[in-house]
Design a protein around this ligand. Sequence first.
Ligand SMILES: [Zn+2]
Length: 235
Amino acid sequence: VEIPVLPDTLAASVPVAEYLDRLTAALGPHGFEPGNTQVALSICRDEMTQQLSHEVEMRWGPAFAIGGLGGFPSSGSTGWAACLSHVPDQGRGMLLAIGLAHIGVEPDGSTGTYHRPWMAGSAPTCGALGAILHSWHEELPGEDLSDHELHTLRTALEDAGGRPEDMLAATHVTARRILELLVDQISELEPWDRMDVAAFAGIQVHTPAGVGTGDRILHTGGGLLDARGLEEVDL
Ligand SMILES: [Zn+2]
């Protein structure tokens, strides 16, 4: 199956392997190596996203799963503390946080749904984001611990300025918010004396070329993070 023409705002996406190559090349000069780096991976729970974990782990070693629905970091400070405590401590350790929103692409190039080959029809992808776009006309029913990730996702989108109606637009807002949350949450723990930190965000693009194998990644932002804030690094 050929990859359809992608919308302009996803056109700069690259195959997963190329994205990871660029990340490795960009971070190498800053001392990030597989032997000294712990990855924190914040991707959606959807099975469509999970192939990426394996590809990241082939390069960087086992990754700490920090992500919840929509790709938002969902572990809370306890999860982050556990993750940070696993950063290699023989010499200066490195934390590499990667957070990704995700979106499906159909054979005709339309976005926001994906046809999983084992299903009769297409389904919203990201499903959590789709649910939120359908929930704007409803008020949040108060804090509901059984659905706290959806609350977090919806609130994060609203905080980013409005209620996007379109999946593609909402996915871009999600990627931007994921990076902001990675930066805020890691910075809160002030790990600077113990490790160097890099944080990157983007969008996993699921093309019809194959589940996992047809994925591309759009880099949307990120770089080196320290007490002064985020210093962007080009990929
Ligand atoms: Zn999802």
